[in-house]
Write a protein of this length. Structure first.
Length: 276
């Protein structure tokens, strides 16, 4: 797997509180407290949904701790029994790495578990999980191919998808026709779509033959069918669209269409360090 350096690493500020040594007094010995963790955080780490979705679930009264209805903000420890409805949830309170999987989506598959039309789903191709579920990091349209990332950690998924983090999505785009300099300016400065303004943060000509022309573009958001709608707004039709990068992860050439690759511990730790 090829992992890029992030474009805008997020810098965390660490505040250090200093006290006068003369004012410090040794604390009396005490019995170590049993560590507890926020319930919504643990449920999200189990791959049951994002932290926000878990907060909504808890607020609905569907979650209990030791037989008592949980509320948002409750903390749980190793001895607590958590249930969603009648289902007991086994919580791993020790530090553990999430699972992360890369999938090369072909055209003709949906990124959903339920489809009224019965179309093939990307989830049909993924390895089975016993105690959690795969969460798709971003979506791709039915007719779009390329990189999809799946994880069992709802917080990791939210970190990569939330608009506030502006994680880059890079695509190879084939269109019928060729962009003019004026159209390129429109696409990179901003086009008003039905759901708001959108712009490519990067656009490069990749050449082409005949009526088809290729471009490499980068977005920092994920509106529905955004790339196709932007080209349509300047009068060009996208004939092929493929995502080649999401955030710091490139689509590995060795993953053929319809195949997946699970990251190993070293790769997962590197990914987590890049987005920390």
């Amino acid at each position: 797997m090829k992992v890029n350096r992030p474009i805008r690493p997020i810098k965390k500020k660490i505040s250090v509180v200093q006290t006068d040594e003369a004012e410090q007094t040794p604390a009396p010995p005490s019995t170590p407290a049993t560590p507890t963790f926020k319930l919504q955080k643990l449920l999200a780490q189990k791959g049951l949904g994002s932290r926000r979705e878990m907060e909504v679930l808890i607020a609905s009264g569907a979650v209990s701790i030791n037989g008592k209805a949980a509320v948002v903000g409750d903390r749980v420890g190793a001895q607590d029994l958590v249930r969603i409805g009648k289902r007991a949830i086994r919580l791993n309170l020790e530090e553990s790495l999430p699972k992360v999987l890369l999938y090369h989506k072909p055209e003709g598959e949906i990124v959903s578990r339920d489809d009224p039309e019965g179309r093939p789903s990307v989830f049909d191709k993924l390895p089975h999980l016993r105690s959690s579920k795969w969460i798709a990091i971003g979506r791709l349209d039915f007719n779009t191919s390329g990189l999809l990332i799946f994880t069992t950690d709802g917080m990791l998924a939210n970190r990569l998808m939330h608009p506030s983090f502006e994680v880059e999505r890079e695509y190879a785009v084939r269109v019928l026709g060729e962009l003019t300099p004026e159209q390129i300016t429109q696409l990179t400065t901003g086009i008003m779509l039905a759901d708001g303004q959108a712009a490519f943060s990067y656009l490069a000509d990749q050449g082409g033959e005949g009526a088809n022309h290729w471009y490499r573009i980068i977005l920092k958001e994920g509106k529905n069918r955004e790339v196709r709608r932007m080209f349509e707004a300047v009068g060009l039709t996208v004939s092929r669209l493929m995502r080649v990068r999401f955030g710091p992860i490139n689509l590995p050439p060795r993953i053929k269409r319809g195949q997946w690759l699970e990251l190993d511990e070293k790769e997962i730790r590197r990914l987590l360090s890049l987005i920390a």
